[in-house]
Every structure is written in structure tokens, then in C-alpha cells.
Design a protein around this ligand. Sequence first.
Ligand code: BJW
Ligand code: ZN
Length: 256
Amino acid sequence: MKVFELRFVISYIIVMSGLEEVAKRISEAGVVVISTGAGMSAPSGVPTFRGEDGMWKNYRAEELATPSAFRDNPTRVWEWYNWRREIIGECEPNAGHHAIVEMEEKVDEVEVVTQNVDGLHDRAGSSNIYEVHGNIWRVRCVGCERSEYNYDVPLEEIPLRCECGELLRPDVVWFGESLNEKVLREVYDIIGRCDLFINAGTSSLVMPASQFPVIASRSGAFVVEINLTETPMSNVVDLQLSGDVSEILPALVELV
Ligand code: BJW
Ligand code: ZN
């Protein structure tokens, strides 16, 4: 056997044994938490934040997803959200989203904690979803705090205004802003009592979501990472599955 063939066979065996181990953990688990990031929606065609893919007109997410960017230039920030809403509006949940829904038939309790604002877990049909960074299809008034769903694509006459006269903003969480306290409390509660925690398609760079795997591990859960690359969590997790979430998750659920 040639060297490259041997390497292929070895990496195949490693991936398969990892999948089998995680499938066994899923079948034994009472509560599974799946924490997802932009990589979860990447196979659906939603751009990720970091890397080449995340750029918009030479701006980085860190320069647009902030309260001060909105104060300085609400139109520019809304243009970015319009661009993203147009793309997301054309995207469908992928095989990974569907596999998470299927997992509900095999496990007592499946909880989805997502940093994604695209609503694709909901469209796939997951029952328990915590959107810790909000939802791109909701708008919120900076004055009276009124929040409502708005599916117009593109939104005309940006920046939008509320009936009260103040600006409407996307109902998402920007850098330097706190996450919704009630949602976060519930998330910490389920992380604290889960048996298996799967960190899927996130760079694990943004607080506080980046710390969810650490909290799960300290609470005694078995922690798995699914990602195309290494992340700061790769050394913390019990098992890494290297690959595409839209391939790994269906393969995993099939094995349970
Ligand atoms: C695949 C794949 C495939 C690809 N299969 N894998 C200094 C100043 C101000 C604040 C801070 C500061 N230092 C620290 C902070 C706190 C800050 C923070 O953590 N900053 C870091 C960047 C350093 N956090 C906050 O401010 C948070 N609030 C907070 O902490 O409150 C308390 C506080 C207040 C004030 C000061 C300090 C603390 C709020 C964070 C809100 C983040 N918001 C955004 C935008 C949301 C709205 C929107 O979408 O428009 O959330 S930013 C952006 O990053 C978005 C994402 O949810 C988030 C995470 O990104 P994610 O999902 O990980 O995506 P990527 O692109 O980074 O990675 C994709 C991954 O997928 C990669 O690993 C790929 O390999 C992988 N992948 N395809 C498998 N097919
Ligand atoms: Zn208002």
C-alpha cells in the first residue's frame, strides 16, 4: 500500500472511531446540548464572520456589529444587514440542521444554543432553540425598545424609524452589549445539567459563548467539537470531529 493510501485509511479509521464513540454517547445521554456558530450555516450559503468569507466591502464584523458603528453611520450598518438578509432569505437549512431535528427522536432532550441570527434551526424544525445573539429578522426601537419581526427584503428607506420617531435597529447583540439575561440564565441551566455538549461550527473567539464548552466540561458533560479547523476549545474538548457539520452530524445521527 502506498504511503498516501495508508494515511487516508488511518484518518478514515480515526474519524469513524470518533463518530462511533460520539454516537454511543448520544444514545446514552438524557440531555444533549448543541451549541452552533456560523460554520453551521456555512453549508447553506450563509457567510461566516471571520476569514475572507466574512468580509463586506472591506469591513470586518468587529467594525460593523457595534453600537458605535450604528451611532456613527446607521445607514451603513443597515446596508450590511440588508445585504445579509438578502443572502439569508435565499438560504435553506442544510443536512446538519435536519440531523439535529432527527436527534430529537433518539434523545429525551435536545437543546440548541445558537450564536446564529439567521433562524435556520427554527426553519429546520428544532423544538428548543436559544438564540443568544438575537435574530436578524427582528427589528427593535432604540428608544421605546418595541421589537417585532420584519421579513421585508430588502428593507426600504433605511435607516428605519419607529412610530415613536427613534431609529429601529436589528434585534441582535453587538460587541460590548450584554446578552439577554433571561436567555443566558436558561442556557447556563441546560449546560449545567447536560450529559453531552457538542460545539459545532464556531471559532470560539467571542465571549461569553466561547466559554460554554468550558462550563459544560466543568459541570461533568462529555464535550465534543465539530469544526473544519482547530479552535481555542480544541484542547478543552474530550473529542474532536474534524470536518463539515453538514456531513458529520447526519453521519452521527445515522449511527445512533
Ligand atoms: C465550519 C464549517 C463547516 C466553517 N463545518 N465548521 C474588548 C472590547 C469590547 C468587548 C470585548 C473586548 N474584549 C472582549 C470583549 C467581549 C466581546 C468579545 O468576546 N470580543 C472578542 C472578539 C474578543 N463580547 C461581547 O462584547 C459580547 N458581550 C459581552 O461580553 O457582554 C459583556 C461585556 C460588555 C462590554 C465589555 C466586555 C464584556 C457580545 C458579543 C456579540 C457578538 N455579536 C456578533 C454579531 C451578532 C449579530 C449579527 O450577526 O449581525 O455575533 S459578532 C459575530 O461573532 C456574531 C457571531 O455569532 C459571533 C461568533 O462567530 P462564529 O459563529 O464563531 O463565526 P466565525 O466566522 O468566527 O467562525 C466560523 C467557524 O466555523 C470557524 O471556526 C470555521 O472553521 C467553522 N466552519 N464552515 C464545520 N462547514
Ligand atoms: Zn420606538
